[in-house]
Design a protein around this ligand. Structure first.
Ligand code: FE2
Ligand code: FE2
Length: 398
């Protein structure tokens, strides 16, 4: 999975200007007050000060906001999940594995296979690699995503091997996802084009930092996030597949295409869950959607850091925007897609607050597009070259 803030910032207004213009310490202290018990504050401060440099959104920690009576809804859906969601997974025996697409290290022709890969990789431009590496790093932070789903009340895996259908979905979804970072990492390693140590450091920093997902432990909000996330990654991996084909690397195109197809299945699952929630509890689901849209869906790799670039995520997402791997327009299209998919405009019987959320969400795609046009005009004037440690500090236009 993977979603970024206003990809380049979907929503510049949700950034904390005080963080950008020098009051970082004050805001940062506020965050630590929330996150850490007093006795641990100094230790966490030292560690996080490094890992959270890219932090640009204010964390307001609201937890367990779902009314306890709603837990019953998720319990009552156990069987429905079994029949409608778990069935969207693929059996392990018929799943692709990274090794199906990589040179076999036990075979005679391994080195020839690697050489072929490297010859193809030599023709791929740096800006494409920046996007592919960013996508791979996002996938590699999977431990964070499984953890975050297990913060959702009523659906979490209580024992790490729970037989509840919600828990089985989360583990098996995660097991499918695990192949994404795995195959991209191996492919990029063998390409010989990249500073793998810098990439590995970025992954370690990112997993250490976690992610920002203001779902409030609420599965309504949480599964809205994952629906958006899966669709965003479907689009992003689909675009890296197209670019790889254009650059003549058919194998890489196939790999990115396979990942995109997985993301599409996962999108179908989370989207179905939200569709069901709209069916049985429209007002709460509408309020959750309105709330998540106001907060904006931020990409899980927002906190990425490589030990050098304080604005690494912004730079990576700017490149993705410029070459069309994932754009703010895509974000607007995703909003529009889900408004249609969940029949948001046609919902009836909502509370006053629910109707206000409905109006807000229905007009959002248009507002994002207008904002994007203005942002793009500004961006053209501000474009500049930035070095990326992942490609040995060669510079790329952002
Ligand atoms: Fe995914
Ligand atoms: Fe993925």
């Amino acid at each position: 999975m993977a979603l970024r803030l206003p990809f380049p910032p979907y929503n510049p207004s949700c950034f904390s200007s005080s963080l950008r213009f020098g009051a970082r310490k004050t805001k940062y202290s506020k965050i630590l007050m929330t996150l850490s018990p007093p006795s641990k504050r100094r230790e966490i401060n030292d560690d996080m000060a490094k890992q959270m440099r890219t932090l640009k959104v204010e964390i307001k920690e609201v937890t367990h906001s779902m009314h306890p009576e709603k837990l019953e809804i998720f319990k009552s859906l156990e069987e429905w999940v079994e029949d409608n969601i778990l069935t969207l997974l693929k059996p392990v025996e018929s799943s692709w594995q990274p090794q199906d697409f990589l040179p076999d290290p036990s075979a005679e022709g391994f080195f020839d296979g690697v050489k072929e890969m490297r010859d193809r990789a030599a023709g791929i431009p740096d800006d494409y690699y920046v996007c592919l590496v960013g996508n791979m790093i996002t996938e590699e932070a999977l431990p964070t995503y499984q953890s975050v789903i297990n913060t959702f009340d009523g659906v979490r895996d209580e024992t790490a091997s729970s037989l509840s259908s919600w828990a089985r979905w989360t583990r098996k979804w995660s097991a499918e996802e695990n192949r994404h970072g795995d195959i991209l990492n191996k492919y990029l390693y063998l390409s010989g084009r990249l500073d793998m140590r810098q990439i590995e450091k970025t992954i370690q920093y990112l997993i250490g930092s976690g992610m920002i997902l203001p779902a409030e432990n609420d599965p309504y909000r949480g599964f809205i996030y994952t629906s958006f996330q899966e669709r965003a990654t479907f689009i992003s991996h689909g675009n890296t597949a197209k670019h790889a084909k254009d650059h003549g690397d058919i194998l890489l195109a196939k790999i990115c295409g396979l990942i995109a197809a997985d993301e599409k299945r996962h999108e179908a699952a989370y989207t179905k869950i939200i569709e069901k929630l709209f069916e049985i509890d429209p007002d709460t689901t509408m309020l959750a959607l309105g709330d998540m849209m106001k907060k904006r869906i931020t990409m899980p790799a927002l906190l990425m850091f490589d030990g050098q670039d304080d604005n690494l995520f912004d730079h990576y997402s700017s490149v993705a925007q410029r070459i069309g791997v994932y754009t703010t327009k895509d974000y607007g299209d995703i909003v529009e897609f889900f408004v249609k998919r969940w029949n948001v405009e046609e919902l009836t019987g909502l509370s006053g607050e629910g109707r206000r959320a409905q109006d807000y969400v229905c007009g959002l795609a248009q507002r994002i597009r207008r904002m994007d046009e203005r942002a793009q005009e500004r961006k053209v004037k501000q474009s500049h070259m930035v070095p990326f440690s992942w490609i040995f500090n060669r510079s790329v236009l952002v």
